[in-house]
Design a protein around this ligand. Structure first.
Ligand SMILES: [Zn+2]
Length: 343
């Protein structure tokens, strides 16, 4: 990547309304069979073109081929029964009816590799693919088999590593793991969470990223954020460990959040995917606001290690809003690029 301050998104983008219900998480597909396969590929084409036209340098799939960033991956694994549901508390924040682990978990076949190969054909730009992290995966399941969050996380780490190696072979340039659970379960994260994440990335030669955030702009998350006080210092728990880890890129939430920006200093030496776009608001950022966020971060991360991005995924936003936010991200980034090249 020769571009200074390469832009990217955390991952998800809204789907076309003919493919899935807009502004809805876990929206059911509107097509089936071959029409669904073709529809997902068409959506992937559109999402790739929109990102490219709007100046996004590192292109993602926009999660156009998945219903949800965690559930869709788990659906493809053996050992999980989706007809047996239990209600559990997700990330200690909201109750959800989740599937049950009934047997040893196993990846019978690659999950996203065909989709990633298709994305690879659509663009010459670097591509990034996101997978759920082990700790976030176990947090969306009822475990009736291993009866141990740690044991199940290690099993998922092995499976994720198989998938990640296949994604690398399919031409993915950056593999990202989404671990919002790192902002919630500090003890487990320290005991085995970081270690299972590193296990998931073992043997990869492509760059690896971890995304830790305060979640989509849904009510449960907005209520949770309101309870966190005026300074959000959750990253203080994970960043020193990630700084010492084998992970290359740390993705964090910044714009409109109460994260003290100097916490970025804790991952000095790593690349930083900086959230400069608020995904919990439909207000489009101005280029000046984006530039401000980037400039502030540059006190704590070297310019050649900064990747301007979104705070989280944008799947629940109206489509025109999400696309306009992509344009704002690149416009703001261009301002800072110009400043850096003239200084
Ligand atoms: Zn996120």
């Amino acid at each position: 990547m020769n571009q200074i301050l390469p832009t990217s998104t955390v991952g998800s983008l809204p789907k076309p309304s003919w493919l899935a219900q807009p502004e809805t998480l876990w929206a059911p597909w509107k097509l089936e069979g071959d029409a669904l396969v073709e529809g997902k590929q068409d959506a992937l084409r559109i999402s790739t073109k929109e990102q490219s036209d709007r100046g996004i340098d590192i292109v993602s799939d926009g999660e156009q081929t998945r219903q949800h960033f965690v559930t869709t991956f788990i659906e493809h694994l053996d050992g999980v029964d989706f007809s047996r549901r239990e209600t559990v508390r997700i990330r200690d924040r909201y109750d959800a009816s989740v599937p049950t682990v009934v047997d040893s978990v196993r990846r019978a076949a690659p999950v996203f590799v065909d989709d990633a190969a298709f994305l690879r054909q659509q663009t010459d730009q670097p591509i990034k693919w996101a997978l759920p992290g082990p700790m976030t995966m176990i947090d969306t399941l009822y475990d009736g088999h291993y009866k141990s969050r740690e044991k199940l996380a290690w099993e998922f780490a092995t499976i994720l590593n198989q998938e990640a190696r296949d994604l690398e072979a399919a031409g993915v340039d950056i593999i990202q793991f989404d671990e919002p659970a790192f902002n919630v379960y500090f003890d487990e994260m320290k005991d085995w969470g970081i270690a299972t994440l590193e296990r998931a990335t073992e043997g990869l030669s492509v760059e690896t990223a971890v995304h830790i955030c305060y979640g989509y702009g849904i009510k449960a998350n907005i209520d949770w954020k309101a309870s966190l006080g005026s300074e959000w210092r959750q990253y203080e728990e994970s960043f020193p460990l990630l700084q010492q880890s084998t992970i290359d890129i740390i993705s964090l939430e910044c714009h409109n959040s109460h994260v003290p920006i100097d916490l970025i200093e804790l991952v000095r030496g790593k690349k930083v995917m900086l959230g400069a776009i608020d995904v919990a608001s439909e207000k489009i950022e101005t280029a000046a606001e984006v530039a401000d966020t980037i400039r502030n971060a540059l006190s704590y991360v070297d310019a050649d290690k900064l990747l301007p991005s979104t705070n989280c995924g944008m799947a629940p936003l109206p489509r025109d809003v999400a696309f306009a936010k992509l344009s704002a991200l690149s416009a703001g980034t261009r301002i800072v690029r110009d400043e850096l090249s003239s200084s």
